[in-house]
Design a protein around this ligand. Structure first.
Ligand code: VG1
Ligand code: CO
Length: 553
Protein backbone atom coordinates (compact mmCIF):
# COMPACT_ATOMS: atom_id res chain seq x y z
CA UNK A 1 0.00 0.00 0.00
CA UNK A 2 1.52 3.29 -1.01
CA UNK A 3 1.60 6.10 1.46
CA UNK A 4 1.87 9.58 0.12
CA UNK A 5 1.53 12.20 2.81
CA UNK A 6 1.00 15.65 1.48
CA UNK A 7 2.82 18.07 3.70
CA UNK A 8 1.60 21.28 2.10
CA UNK A 9 -1.48 22.79 3.69
CA UNK A 10 -3.84 23.42 0.84
CA UNK A 11 -5.37 26.85 0.71
CA UNK A 12 -9.09 27.07 1.31
CA UNK A 13 -11.26 29.19 -0.92
CA UNK A 14 -14.74 30.55 -0.39
CA UNK A 15 -16.35 30.88 -3.80
CA UNK A 16 -19.18 33.39 -4.05
CA UNK A 17 -22.20 32.45 -6.13
CA UNK A 18 -23.71 35.14 -8.32
CA UNK A 19 -27.05 33.39 -8.15
CA UNK A 20 -28.30 30.31 -6.39
CA UNK A 21 -29.79 27.41 -8.34
CA UNK A 22 -33.49 26.77 -8.04
CA UNK A 23 -33.73 23.46 -9.90
CA UNK A 24 -31.85 21.13 -7.55
CA UNK A 25 -34.80 19.27 -6.08
CA UNK A 26 -33.86 15.60 -5.71
CA UNK A 27 -36.29 13.18 -7.36
CA UNK A 28 -37.08 9.51 -6.66
CA UNK A 29 -33.38 8.79 -6.33
CA UNK A 30 -31.17 11.85 -5.87
CA UNK A 31 -30.51 14.82 -8.12
CA UNK A 32 -30.63 13.72 -11.73
CA UNK A 33 -30.09 16.11 -14.65
CA UNK A 34 -28.54 16.13 -18.09
CA UNK A 35 -24.74 16.10 -18.11
CA UNK A 36 -24.88 19.53 -19.74
CA UNK A 37 -26.88 20.96 -16.86
CA UNK A 38 -24.31 19.57 -14.46
CA UNK A 39 -21.56 21.21 -16.52
CA UNK A 40 -22.83 24.71 -15.63
CA UNK A 41 -20.31 26.58 -13.52
CA UNK A 42 -20.82 25.89 -9.80
CA UNK A 43 -23.82 23.61 -10.43
CA UNK A 44 -22.33 20.45 -8.90
CA UNK A 45 -20.60 22.48 -6.19
CA UNK A 46 -23.88 24.10 -5.13
CA UNK A 47 -25.51 20.74 -4.53
CA UNK A 48 -22.46 19.27 -2.80
CA UNK A 49 -22.13 22.31 -0.53
CA UNK A 50 -25.77 21.88 0.45
CA UNK A 51 -25.15 18.22 1.26
CA UNK A 52 -22.15 19.08 3.44
CA UNK A 53 -24.14 21.77 5.26
CA UNK A 54 -27.08 19.43 5.86
CA UNK A 55 -25.86 15.86 6.35
CA UNK A 56 -25.32 15.20 10.08
CA UNK A 57 -21.78 14.45 11.27
CA UNK A 58 -19.78 15.90 8.37
CA UNK A 59 -17.07 17.49 10.57
CA UNK A 60 -14.82 14.67 11.70
CA UNK A 61 -16.93 12.05 9.93
CA UNK A 62 -16.12 9.33 7.41
CA UNK A 63 -17.66 9.61 3.95
CA UNK A 64 -17.96 6.97 1.21
CA UNK A 65 -17.55 8.31 -2.33
CA UNK A 66 -17.73 6.74 -5.79
CA UNK A 67 -19.90 6.29 -8.81
CA UNK A 68 -20.90 4.21 -11.78
CA UNK A 69 -18.04 5.48 -13.97
CA UNK A 70 -20.13 7.60 -16.30
CA UNK A 71 -18.78 10.75 -17.93
CA UNK A 72 -18.10 13.29 -15.18
CA UNK A 73 -17.47 10.71 -12.45
CA UNK A 74 -13.74 11.30 -12.07
CA UNK A 75 -14.02 15.09 -12.22
CA UNK A 76 -16.84 15.18 -9.68
CA UNK A 77 -14.83 13.00 -7.30
CA UNK A 78 -12.00 15.50 -7.51
CA UNK A 79 -14.30 18.41 -6.64
CA UNK A 80 -16.04 16.51 -3.85
CA UNK A 81 -12.74 15.46 -2.26
CA UNK A 82 -11.59 19.08 -2.13
CA UNK A 83 -14.93 20.25 -0.76
CA UNK A 84 -15.02 17.43 1.79
CA UNK A 85 -11.59 18.48 3.06
CA UNK A 86 -12.75 22.09 3.31
CA UNK A 87 -15.72 20.94 5.39
CA UNK A 88 -13.59 19.01 7.87
CA UNK A 89 -14.46 15.46 6.83
CA UNK A 90 -11.85 13.27 8.52
CA UNK A 91 -11.71 10.52 5.92
CA UNK A 92 -13.14 9.74 2.51
CA UNK A 93 -13.25 6.11 1.45
CA UNK A 94 -13.25 5.80 -2.30
CA UNK A 95 -12.30 3.11 -4.80
CA UNK A 96 -9.78 2.69 -7.57
CA UNK A 97 -10.87 5.03 -10.39
CA UNK A 98 -13.94 5.85 -8.31
CA UNK A 99 -15.87 2.84 -9.61
CA UNK A 100 -18.39 1.89 -6.94
CA UNK A 101 -21.81 0.30 -7.34
CA UNK A 102 -24.73 1.60 -5.30
CA UNK A 103 -25.17 -1.61 -3.23
CA UNK A 104 -21.41 -1.82 -2.64
CA UNK A 105 -21.47 1.79 -1.42
CA UNK A 106 -24.33 0.95 0.93
CA UNK A 107 -22.29 -1.93 2.31
CA UNK A 108 -19.21 0.27 2.84
CA UNK A 109 -21.20 2.87 4.76
CA UNK A 110 -22.42 0.17 7.11
CA UNK A 111 -19.18 -1.75 7.55
CA UNK A 112 -16.97 1.34 7.92
CA UNK A 113 -19.28 3.36 10.18
CA UNK A 114 -19.51 6.20 7.72
CA UNK A 115 -21.90 9.14 8.06
CA UNK A 116 -23.11 8.32 4.56
CA UNK A 117 -22.13 8.32 0.93
CA UNK A 118 -22.21 10.48 -2.14
CA UNK A 119 -22.84 8.22 -5.13
CA UNK A 120 -22.34 9.69 -8.58
CA UNK A 121 -24.87 8.06 -10.81
CA UNK A 122 -27.96 8.64 -12.86
CA UNK A 123 -28.59 4.92 -12.49
CA UNK A 124 -30.41 3.48 -15.49
CA UNK A 125 -30.36 6.75 -17.46
CA UNK A 126 -27.94 6.99 -20.39
CA UNK A 127 -24.52 8.57 -19.83
CA UNK A 128 -21.93 10.61 -21.70
CA UNK A 129 -21.85 14.28 -22.72
CA UNK A 130 -25.30 13.94 -24.23
CA UNK A 131 -26.64 11.73 -21.45
CA UNK A 132 -27.38 12.27 -17.79
CA UNK A 133 -25.47 12.68 -14.57
CA UNK A 134 -26.65 12.35 -11.01
CA UNK A 135 -25.78 12.68 -7.35
CA UNK A 136 -27.31 10.36 -4.77
CA UNK A 137 -26.96 10.96 -1.05
CA UNK A 138 -27.09 8.09 1.41
CA UNK A 139 -27.26 8.22 5.18
CA UNK A 140 -25.56 6.32 8.00
CA UNK A 141 -27.83 3.27 7.71
CA UNK A 142 -26.56 2.83 4.13
CA UNK A 143 -29.85 3.80 2.50
CA UNK A 144 -30.99 6.72 0.37
CA UNK A 145 -31.44 9.92 2.37
CA UNK A 146 -34.92 10.37 3.80
CA UNK A 147 -37.44 12.76 2.26
CA UNK A 148 -36.92 15.21 5.10
CA UNK A 149 -33.14 15.28 4.55
CA UNK A 150 -33.42 15.74 0.80
CA UNK A 151 -36.00 18.50 1.38
CA UNK A 152 -33.49 20.25 3.63
CA UNK A 153 -30.71 19.87 1.07
CA UNK A 154 -32.99 21.31 -1.58
CA UNK A 155 -33.94 24.34 0.47
CA UNK A 156 -30.26 24.93 1.18
CA UNK A 157 -29.47 25.02 -2.55
CA UNK A 158 -32.06 27.74 -3.09
CA UNK A 159 -30.45 30.21 -0.70
CA UNK A 160 -26.80 29.39 -1.14
CA UNK A 161 -24.45 32.33 -1.70
CA UNK A 162 -21.07 30.64 -1.38
CA UNK A 163 -19.28 27.33 -1.08
CA UNK A 164 -16.01 26.13 0.44
CA UNK A 165 -13.34 24.25 -1.48
CA UNK A 166 -9.61 23.63 -1.22
CA UNK A 167 -7.26 24.65 -3.97
CA UNK A 168 -6.78 22.22 -6.77
CA UNK A 169 -4.12 19.57 -6.58
CA UNK A 170 -3.53 16.32 -8.34
CA UNK A 171 -5.47 13.72 -6.40
CA UNK A 172 -4.59 10.21 -7.51
CA UNK A 173 -7.14 7.48 -7.14
CA UNK A 174 -5.87 5.13 -9.80
CA UNK A 175 -4.39 2.65 -7.34
CA UNK A 176 -5.00 1.35 -3.84
CA UNK A 177 -3.45 3.58 -1.21
CA UNK A 178 -3.79 6.28 1.40
CA UNK A 179 -3.36 9.93 0.59
CA UNK A 180 -3.89 13.21 2.39
CA UNK A 181 -5.55 16.41 1.38
CA UNK A 182 -4.74 18.83 4.14
CA UNK A 183 -5.72 16.92 7.25
CA UNK A 184 -8.27 14.69 5.49
CA UNK A 185 -7.35 11.10 4.66
CA UNK A 186 -8.34 9.67 1.30
CA UNK A 187 -8.39 5.90 1.47
CA UNK A 188 -8.55 4.31 -1.97
CA UNK A 189 -9.68 0.70 -1.76
CA UNK A 190 -10.51 -2.10 -4.16
CA UNK A 191 -14.26 -1.53 -4.44
CA UNK A 192 -15.04 -5.13 -5.28
CA UNK A 193 -13.50 -7.05 -2.38
CA UNK A 194 -15.72 -5.95 0.52
CA UNK A 195 -18.83 -6.50 -1.53
CA UNK A 196 -17.88 -10.01 -2.64
CA UNK A 197 -17.10 -10.85 0.96
CA UNK A 198 -20.59 -9.71 1.96
CA UNK A 199 -22.18 -11.97 -0.66
CA UNK A 200 -20.05 -14.91 0.45
CA UNK A 201 -21.62 -14.59 3.88
CA UNK A 202 -25.14 -14.75 2.44
CA UNK A 203 -24.96 -17.50 -0.19
CA UNK A 204 -23.57 -21.01 -0.49
CA UNK A 205 -21.00 -20.39 -3.23
CA UNK A 206 -20.09 -24.08 -3.49
CA UNK A 207 -23.63 -25.00 -4.40
CA UNK A 208 -23.85 -22.28 -7.06
CA UNK A 209 -20.46 -23.33 -8.42
CA UNK A 210 -21.60 -26.91 -8.88
CA UNK A 211 -24.70 -25.71 -10.72
CA UNK A 212 -22.58 -23.61 -13.10
CA UNK A 213 -20.17 -26.51 -13.63
CA UNK A 214 -22.98 -28.85 -14.50
CA UNK A 215 -24.16 -27.95 -17.96
CA UNK A 216 -25.84 -24.73 -16.90
CA UNK A 217 -24.37 -21.99 -19.12
CA UNK A 218 -25.19 -18.44 -18.06
CA UNK A 219 -24.80 -15.01 -19.66
CA UNK A 220 -24.50 -11.77 -17.74
CA UNK A 221 -24.72 -8.34 -19.37
CA UNK A 222 -23.14 -5.46 -17.46
CA UNK A 223 -24.25 -3.05 -20.20
CA UNK A 224 -20.81 -1.35 -20.10
CA UNK A 225 -21.64 -0.03 -16.65
CA UNK A 226 -20.52 -0.51 -13.07
CA UNK A 227 -21.22 -4.21 -12.45
CA UNK A 228 -18.63 -5.51 -14.96
CA UNK A 229 -15.68 -5.77 -12.52
CA UNK A 230 -17.90 -7.20 -9.76
CA UNK A 231 -19.52 -9.74 -12.06
CA UNK A 232 -16.22 -10.92 -13.55
CA UNK A 233 -14.79 -11.53 -10.10
CA UNK A 234 -17.97 -13.27 -8.99
CA UNK A 235 -18.97 -15.42 -11.93
CA UNK A 236 -15.74 -15.99 -13.82
CA UNK A 237 -13.16 -16.04 -11.00
CA UNK A 238 -15.08 -17.42 -8.04
CA UNK A 239 -18.05 -19.38 -9.34
CA UNK A 240 -16.39 -21.14 -12.25
CA UNK A 241 -18.46 -19.69 -15.09
CA UNK A 242 -16.58 -19.68 -18.39
CA UNK A 243 -14.61 -16.65 -19.57
CA UNK A 244 -16.85 -14.40 -21.58
CA UNK A 245 -19.86 -15.06 -19.35
CA UNK A 246 -19.77 -11.36 -18.48
CA UNK A 247 -20.61 -9.32 -21.55
CA UNK A 248 -19.94 -5.61 -21.92
CA UNK A 249 -17.94 -5.89 -18.71
CA UNK A 250 -15.77 -2.80 -18.89
CA UNK A 251 -17.33 0.35 -17.42
CA UNK A 252 -17.36 3.00 -20.16
CA UNK A 253 -18.03 6.72 -19.71
CA UNK A 254 -20.94 6.65 -22.13
CA UNK A 255 -21.87 2.99 -21.55
CA UNK A 256 -20.87 2.40 -25.16
CA UNK A 257 -23.87 4.42 -26.26
CA UNK A 258 -26.28 1.97 -24.61
CA UNK A 259 -28.99 2.78 -22.18
CA UNK A 260 -27.89 0.88 -19.04
CA UNK A 261 -31.42 -0.16 -18.12
CA UNK A 262 -31.91 -3.93 -17.77
CA UNK A 263 -35.24 -4.45 -19.46
CA UNK A 264 -36.44 -6.10 -22.65
CA UNK A 265 -36.01 -2.93 -24.67
CA UNK A 266 -32.59 -1.73 -23.57
CA UNK A 267 -30.98 -5.12 -22.86
CA UNK A 268 -32.37 -6.57 -26.06
CA UNK A 269 -29.15 -8.33 -27.08
CA UNK A 270 -29.23 -10.45 -23.92
CA UNK A 271 -32.99 -10.89 -24.07
CA UNK A 272 -32.71 -12.24 -27.63
CA UNK A 273 -29.98 -14.67 -26.56
CA UNK A 274 -32.25 -16.16 -23.93
CA UNK A 275 -35.67 -15.78 -25.45
CA UNK A 276 -34.82 -16.78 -29.01
CA UNK A 277 -31.61 -18.79 -28.67
CA UNK A 278 -30.77 -22.15 -27.15
CA UNK A 279 -27.25 -21.58 -25.85
CA UNK A 280 -27.98 -20.38 -22.33
CA UNK A 281 -29.98 -21.68 -19.38
CA UNK A 282 -29.95 -18.40 -17.49
CA UNK A 283 -29.32 -14.75 -18.25
CA UNK A 284 -29.17 -11.60 -16.17
CA UNK A 285 -28.34 -7.92 -16.52
CA UNK A 286 -27.86 -5.02 -14.13
CA UNK A 287 -28.28 -1.28 -14.56
CA UNK A 288 -25.78 1.60 -14.61
CA UNK A 289 -25.12 1.67 -10.86
CA UNK A 290 -25.72 -2.03 -10.19
CA UNK A 291 -28.84 -1.91 -8.07
CA UNK A 292 -31.33 -3.30 -10.60
CA UNK A 293 -31.56 -6.77 -12.09
CA UNK A 294 -33.32 -8.51 -14.93
CA UNK A 295 -33.66 -12.30 -14.75
CA UNK A 296 -34.18 -14.49 -17.81
CA UNK A 297 -34.40 -18.22 -18.33
CA UNK A 298 -34.34 -20.10 -21.59
CA UNK A 299 -37.41 -18.82 -23.42
CA UNK A 300 -38.62 -17.11 -20.26
CA UNK A 301 -38.63 -13.54 -18.94
CA UNK A 302 -39.20 -13.13 -15.21
CA UNK A 303 -41.37 -10.18 -14.37
CA UNK A 304 -39.68 -8.26 -11.49
CA UNK A 305 -42.82 -8.38 -9.34
CA UNK A 306 -42.89 -12.16 -9.77
CA UNK A 307 -39.18 -12.30 -9.03
CA UNK A 308 -39.73 -10.78 -5.60
CA UNK A 309 -42.49 -13.29 -4.91
CA UNK A 310 -40.32 -16.23 -6.00
CA UNK A 311 -37.41 -15.08 -3.84
CA UNK A 312 -39.72 -14.77 -0.84
CA UNK A 313 -41.31 -18.17 -1.43
CA UNK A 314 -37.91 -19.87 -1.66
CA UNK A 315 -36.01 -18.15 1.14
CA UNK A 316 -35.22 -21.50 2.74
CA UNK A 317 -32.77 -22.19 -0.13
CA UNK A 318 -30.44 -19.37 0.91
CA UNK A 319 -28.27 -19.82 4.01
CA UNK A 320 -28.74 -16.22 5.23
CA UNK A 321 -32.56 -16.48 5.08
CA UNK A 322 -33.08 -20.13 5.87
CA UNK A 323 -34.51 -19.31 9.30
CA UNK A 324 -37.42 -17.52 7.69
CA UNK A 325 -38.35 -13.96 6.77
CA UNK A 326 -39.37 -11.27 9.25
CA UNK A 327 -41.70 -9.74 6.71
CA UNK A 328 -41.66 -8.38 3.17
CA UNK A 329 -42.43 -5.08 1.47
CA UNK A 330 -43.11 -3.88 -2.04
CA UNK A 331 -43.65 -0.49 -3.61
CA UNK A 332 -47.27 0.37 -4.32
CA UNK A 333 -47.15 -0.14 -8.11
CA UNK A 334 -45.42 -3.52 -7.72
CA UNK A 335 -47.84 -6.41 -8.26
CA UNK A 336 -49.42 -8.21 -5.32
CA UNK A 337 -47.67 -11.49 -6.17
CA UNK A 338 -45.53 -11.20 -3.05
CA UNK A 339 -48.60 -10.42 -0.89
CA UNK A 340 -49.97 -13.88 -1.66
CA UNK A 341 -46.68 -15.52 -0.66
CA UNK A 342 -46.51 -13.46 2.55
CA UNK A 343 -50.03 -14.53 3.46
CA UNK A 344 -49.08 -18.15 2.92
CA UNK A 345 -45.96 -17.73 5.05
CA UNK A 346 -47.93 -15.91 7.77
CA UNK A 347 -45.74 -12.79 7.64
CA UNK A 348 -46.53 -9.10 7.12
CA UNK A 349 -46.39 -7.48 3.72
CA UNK A 350 -45.99 -3.68 3.59
CA UNK A 351 -46.90 -1.40 0.71
CA UNK A 352 -44.65 1.66 0.35
CA UNK A 353 -44.33 4.53 -2.11
CA UNK A 354 -41.94 4.16 -5.06
CA UNK A 355 -38.25 4.60 -4.21
CA UNK A 356 -35.91 2.58 -2.01
CA UNK A 357 -35.76 5.14 0.80
CA UNK A 358 -39.15 4.00 2.06
CA UNK A 359 -37.89 0.50 2.86
CA UNK A 360 -35.17 1.84 5.18
CA UNK A 361 -37.22 2.20 8.37
CA UNK A 362 -38.86 -1.21 7.88
CA UNK A 363 -35.45 -2.87 7.39
CA UNK A 364 -33.80 -0.96 10.26
CA UNK A 365 -36.56 -1.83 12.70
CA UNK A 366 -36.56 -5.51 11.77
CA UNK A 367 -40.07 -5.56 10.27
CA UNK A 368 -38.93 -6.98 6.94
CA UNK A 369 -36.15 -9.08 5.45
CA UNK A 370 -36.89 -8.80 1.71
CA UNK A 371 -38.31 -5.97 -0.39
CA UNK A 372 -38.66 -5.01 -4.01
CA UNK A 373 -40.06 -2.86 -6.76
CA UNK A 374 -41.57 -3.59 -10.15
CA UNK A 375 -38.75 -1.59 -11.74
CA UNK A 376 -36.27 -4.49 -11.55
CA UNK A 377 -35.24 -3.79 -7.97
CA UNK A 378 -34.94 -6.43 -5.27
CA UNK A 379 -33.03 -6.42 -2.02
CA UNK A 380 -32.81 -7.51 1.58
CA UNK A 381 -31.59 -6.42 4.98
CA UNK A 382 -27.95 -7.12 3.96
CA UNK A 383 -27.65 -3.50 2.72
CA UNK A 384 -30.07 -0.58 2.43
CA UNK A 385 -30.22 -0.39 -1.36
CA UNK A 386 -31.61 -2.69 -3.97
CA UNK A 387 -28.88 -5.01 -5.12
CA UNK A 388 -28.63 -6.39 -8.66
CA UNK A 389 -25.92 -9.03 -8.28
CA UNK A 390 -27.34 -10.18 -4.96
CA UNK A 391 -30.62 -10.92 -6.76
CA UNK A 392 -28.82 -12.83 -9.51
CA UNK A 393 -27.03 -15.00 -6.94
CA UNK A 394 -30.29 -15.53 -5.04
CA UNK A 395 -31.90 -16.85 -8.23
CA UNK A 396 -28.95 -19.10 -8.99
CA UNK A 397 -29.03 -20.43 -5.44
CA UNK A 398 -32.71 -21.28 -5.70
CA UNK A 399 -32.22 -22.96 -9.09
CA UNK A 400 -29.21 -24.91 -7.76
CA UNK A 401 -31.23 -26.01 -4.76
CA UNK A 402 -34.36 -26.97 -6.70
CA UNK A 403 -32.41 -28.38 -9.65
CA UNK A 404 -34.83 -26.91 -12.14
CA UNK A 405 -35.06 -24.39 -14.95
CA UNK A 406 -36.32 -20.82 -14.56
CA UNK A 407 -39.40 -21.68 -16.59
CA UNK A 408 -40.28 -24.68 -14.43
CA UNK A 409 -39.81 -22.68 -11.26
CA UNK A 410 -42.17 -19.98 -12.54
CA UNK A 411 -44.81 -22.51 -13.56
CA UNK A 412 -44.59 -24.24 -10.19
CA UNK A 413 -44.94 -20.87 -8.48
CA UNK A 414 -48.06 -19.88 -10.43
CA UNK A 415 -49.62 -23.30 -10.00
CA UNK A 416 -49.34 -22.84 -6.27
CA UNK A 417 -50.15 -19.14 -5.80
CA UNK A 418 -51.93 -18.16 -9.00
CA UNK A 419 -50.53 -15.62 -11.47
CA UNK A 420 -50.53 -11.83 -11.30
CA UNK A 421 -50.44 -10.76 -14.92
CA UNK A 422 -48.52 -7.55 -14.87
CA UNK A 423 -47.14 -4.90 -17.18
CA UNK A 424 -45.80 -1.37 -17.07
CA UNK A 425 -46.26 0.99 -19.99
CA UNK A 426 -43.96 4.01 -20.08
CA UNK A 427 -44.68 7.07 -22.17
CA UNK A 428 -41.39 8.94 -22.25
CA UNK A 429 -40.48 12.53 -23.06
CA UNK A 430 -44.02 13.88 -23.21
CA UNK A 431 -44.42 17.58 -22.54
CA UNK A 432 -44.65 18.43 -18.85
CA UNK A 433 -47.78 20.46 -19.51
CA UNK A 434 -49.56 17.58 -21.23
CA UNK A 435 -48.50 15.10 -18.57
CA UNK A 436 -49.67 17.32 -15.74
CA UNK A 437 -52.92 18.02 -17.55
CA UNK A 438 -53.63 14.33 -18.00
CA UNK A 439 -52.70 13.54 -14.41
CA UNK A 440 -54.69 16.29 -12.70
CA UNK A 441 -57.72 15.60 -14.86
CA UNK A 442 -57.70 11.92 -13.92
CA UNK A 443 -57.10 12.77 -10.28
CA UNK A 444 -60.14 15.03 -10.21
CA UNK A 445 -62.23 12.29 -11.83
CA UNK A 446 -61.28 9.61 -9.29
CA UNK A 447 -64.11 10.13 -6.75
CA UNK A 448 -66.72 9.86 -9.49
CA UNK A 449 -65.20 6.64 -10.82
CA UNK A 450 -65.94 4.55 -7.74
CA UNK A 451 -68.79 2.14 -8.47
CA UNK A 452 -68.44 2.60 -12.25
CA UNK A 453 -67.68 -0.36 -14.47
CA UNK A 454 -64.17 -0.76 -15.88
CA UNK A 455 -63.10 -3.55 -18.23
CA UNK A 456 -66.13 -5.61 -17.28
CA UNK A 457 -65.48 -5.19 -13.56
CA UNK A 458 -66.41 -2.59 -10.98
CA UNK A 459 -64.15 0.10 -9.58
CA UNK A 460 -64.13 -0.51 -5.85
CA UNK A 461 -61.66 2.18 -4.84
CA UNK A 462 -59.81 5.08 -6.47
CA UNK A 463 -57.39 7.47 -4.83
CA UNK A 464 -54.04 9.20 -4.86
CA UNK A 465 -51.84 6.93 -2.77
CA UNK A 466 -50.54 8.30 0.54
CA UNK A 467 -48.25 6.43 2.92
CA UNK A 468 -47.90 6.64 6.67
CA UNK A 469 -44.56 5.21 7.72
CA UNK A 470 -45.33 2.57 10.37
CA UNK A 471 -42.09 3.36 12.20
CA UNK A 472 -41.89 7.16 12.40
CA UNK A 473 -45.47 8.00 11.36
CA UNK A 474 -44.29 10.43 8.69
CA UNK A 475 -46.78 10.90 5.89
CA UNK A 476 -45.88 10.95 2.19
CA UNK A 477 -48.71 11.83 -0.15
CA UNK A 478 -49.37 12.19 -3.88
CA UNK A 479 -47.63 8.91 -4.74
CA UNK A 480 -49.73 7.79 -7.68
CA UNK A 481 -53.32 7.44 -8.87
CA UNK A 482 -54.82 4.06 -8.08
CA UNK A 483 -57.86 2.48 -9.65
CA UNK A 484 -58.70 -0.74 -7.80
CA UNK A 485 -61.21 -3.18 -9.25
CA UNK A 486 -63.49 -5.53 -7.37
CA UNK A 487 -61.61 -8.66 -8.54
CA UNK A 488 -58.26 -7.43 -7.20
CA UNK A 489 -57.07 -6.00 -10.52
CA UNK A 490 -55.34 -2.65 -10.38
CA UNK A 491 -54.41 0.17 -12.74
CA UNK A 492 -52.00 2.82 -11.48
CA UNK A 493 -50.69 6.02 -13.03
CA UNK A 494 -47.56 7.83 -11.88
CA UNK A 495 -45.28 10.52 -13.17
CA UNK A 496 -41.63 9.49 -13.02
CA UNK A 497 -39.23 11.23 -10.67
CA UNK A 498 -36.06 10.13 -12.47
CA UNK A 499 -36.57 11.28 -16.05
CA UNK A 500 -34.69 14.29 -17.40
CA UNK A 501 -36.51 14.99 -20.66
CA UNK A 502 -40.01 16.32 -20.32
CA UNK A 503 -42.23 14.01 -18.29
CA UNK A 504 -42.53 10.25 -18.22
CA UNK A 505 -45.94 8.77 -17.55
CA UNK A 506 -45.96 5.27 -16.12
CA UNK A 507 -49.07 3.13 -16.34
CA UNK A 508 -49.02 -0.03 -14.24
CA UNK A 509 -51.48 -2.83 -15.00
CA UNK A 510 -52.22 -5.87 -12.92
CA UNK A 511 -54.77 -8.64 -13.11
CA UNK A 512 -54.92 -11.82 -11.02
CA UNK A 513 -55.75 -15.32 -12.21
CA UNK A 514 -56.04 -18.09 -9.63
CA UNK A 515 -54.00 -21.28 -9.90
CA UNK A 516 -56.97 -22.91 -11.63
CA UNK A 517 -57.24 -20.24 -14.33
CA UNK A 518 -55.31 -19.73 -17.57
CA UNK A 519 -51.69 -19.32 -16.49
CA UNK A 520 -50.17 -19.27 -19.97
CA UNK A 521 -51.42 -16.11 -21.58
CA UNK A 522 -49.23 -13.37 -22.92
CA UNK A 523 -49.39 -10.54 -20.34
CA UNK A 524 -50.34 -7.92 -22.96
CA UNK A 525 -53.26 -10.13 -23.98
CA UNK A 526 -54.32 -10.93 -20.45
CA UNK A 527 -54.30 -7.19 -19.71
CA UNK A 528 -55.68 -5.90 -23.00
CA UNK A 529 -59.07 -4.89 -21.61
CA UNK A 530 -57.42 -2.93 -18.79
CA UNK A 531 -55.07 -1.30 -21.31
CA UNK A 532 -57.95 -0.19 -23.55
CA UNK A 533 -60.06 1.07 -20.67
CA UNK A 534 -57.38 3.17 -19.02
CA UNK A 535 -56.51 4.69 -22.37
CA UNK A 536 -60.15 5.72 -22.72
CA UNK A 537 -60.63 6.95 -19.14
CA UNK A 538 -57.31 8.80 -18.84
CA UNK A 539 -57.24 9.93 -22.50
CA UNK A 540 -53.63 8.80 -22.82
CA UNK A 541 -53.21 8.50 -26.57
CA UNK A 542 -55.55 11.42 -27.20
CA UNK A 543 -53.61 13.78 -24.93
CA UNK A 544 -50.05 12.56 -25.59
CA UNK A 545 -50.48 11.89 -29.29
CA UNK A 546 -48.69 8.57 -28.72
CA UNK A 547 -50.42 5.51 -30.08
CA UNK A 548 -48.10 3.11 -28.25
CA UNK A 549 -45.90 3.42 -25.16
CA UNK A 550 -42.15 4.02 -25.51
CA UNK A 551 -41.29 1.01 -23.35
CA UNK A 552 -43.47 -1.96 -22.44
CA UNK A 553 -42.29 -4.21 -19.64
C1 VG1 B 1 -37.70 4.72 -10.99
C2 VG1 B 1 -38.42 3.46 -10.57
C3 VG1 B 1 -38.36 3.28 -9.07
C4 VG1 B 1 -36.89 3.30 -8.63
C5 VG1 B 1 -36.22 4.57 -9.12
C6 VG1 B 1 -34.75 4.59 -8.80
O1 VG1 B 1 -38.34 5.84 -10.42
O2 VG1 B 1 -39.74 3.45 -11.02
O3 VG1 B 1 -38.99 2.09 -8.71
O4 VG1 B 1 -36.81 3.25 -7.22
O5 VG1 B 1 -36.37 4.67 -10.54
O6 VG1 B 1 -34.08 3.49 -9.33
P1 VG1 B 1 -39.41 6.75 -11.23
O7 VG1 B 1 -39.75 7.88 -10.31
O8 VG1 B 1 -38.73 7.16 -12.49
O9 VG1 B 1 -40.57 5.86 -11.52
V1 VG1 B 1 -32.46 3.64 -9.67
O10 VG1 B 1 -31.91 2.14 -10.33
O11 VG1 B 1 -32.45 5.01 -10.51
O12 VG1 B 1 -31.77 3.93 -8.16
CO1 CO C 1 -29.96 1.97 -10.41
Amino acid sequence: MSFQPNTSQNKEYKIRLEKSFTDQKPGTSGLRKSTRQFQQTHYLESFIESIFRTLPGVKGGILVLGGDGRFGNRKAIDVILRMAAAHGVSKVITTVDGILSTPAASNLIRSRNAIGAIILSASHNSGGVNGDFGVKVNGPNGGPASESLTDEIYSCTKNLDEYKILESQNIRIDSIGKYFISSMTVEVIDGVEDYIHLLQNIFDFDQIRSLLNNNFPIAFDALNAVTGPYAKRLFEDLLGASKGTVRNGKPLEDFGGCHPDPNLTYAKELADLLLLGEAYAFGAACDGDGDRNMILGKGCFVNPSDSLAVLAANAECVPAYSNGLLGVARSMPTSSAVDVVAKDLGINCYETPTGWKFFGNLLDSGQITLCGEESFGTGSNHVREKDGLWAVLYWLQVLANKQCSVEKLMLAHWSKYGRHYYSRHDYEAISIEKANGLYTRLESLLPSLVGESFAGRLISHADNFAYTDPVDNSITSNQGLRILLNDGSRVILRLSGTGTKGATLRVYLESYVSSKGNLNQHPQEALSDLIDNIDYVAEISKRTGMKVPTVIT
